[in-house]
Design a protein around this ligand. Sequence first.
Ligand code: ADP
Ligand code: MG
Length: 256
Amino acid sequence: MTATGGPARPAARVAGAVKVHGSGDTAVHALDGVDAAFPAGRFTAIMGPSGSGKSTLMHCAAGLDTLTSGSAWIGGTELGALDDRRLTVLRRERVGFVFQAFNLVPTLTVAENITLPLDLAGATGDRDWIDAVIEVVHPRDRLHHRPAELSGGQQQRVAVARALAARPEVVFADEPTGNLDSRSGDQVLGLLAHAVRELGRTVVMVTHDPVAAAHADEVVFLADGRLAGRMRQPTADRVLDRMKGFDPHTPTEVPS
Ligand code: ADP
Ligand code: MG
């Protein structure tokens, strides 16, 4: 394999990715031959109009869904070659997830939510690492609170900490700021950027928000299930300009 996606080796990659949802008359070609590499130690945003295949690409790259054809790798591991048990272990140990809905367990404390994936796996994890994650994510005085006592932004920061707890090779986030006001969203984005720049993680984030995408090192654009370009060092204005080319309904101003 040769490095075609820049200097860094890919933390995750898809090649010739095709995904058809359903069959027959109702078949939807969500991915129509996508080649994309997500470099290690970088923050990549996936952008595109609604229905362009962003979530499908993320789910297939992360091992939450399977491709109809083509292949997906985490590091050097091809996901299609794994049986269910190995895929479960890979998702638990090597991948972290953040979704639009925070998905914290309401009956557990913040601290218990953060270490839940490790506890379920019967693993203790790397205590120094977990402490470092908790340090940047959340004031220690909230660790024994329940999720309902936290704001949405705080809950999503806990969800990011949970995704980081097992020290995964790559964290996939699907519209992680979609339910947040812009200030809380900024804090979650700052945390994801910190995980990359200070903690050395790899983040792949789906978003339709140019302001969110501008936190990334690079944006990968999807349109109609196909790769439609990449942008390094994105700014919200440049991303918005690019998006206008895909979708005539994109608002013409970046919301402040
Ligand atoms: P995005 O995240 O960019 O909005 P998605 O990946 O969710 O796009 O969807 C891409 C296309 O695939 C859309 O046309 C969507 O309706 C369709 N799709 C997504 N998931 C399913 C599913 N489980 N069953 C049928 N169609 C689906
Ligand atoms: Mg989506």
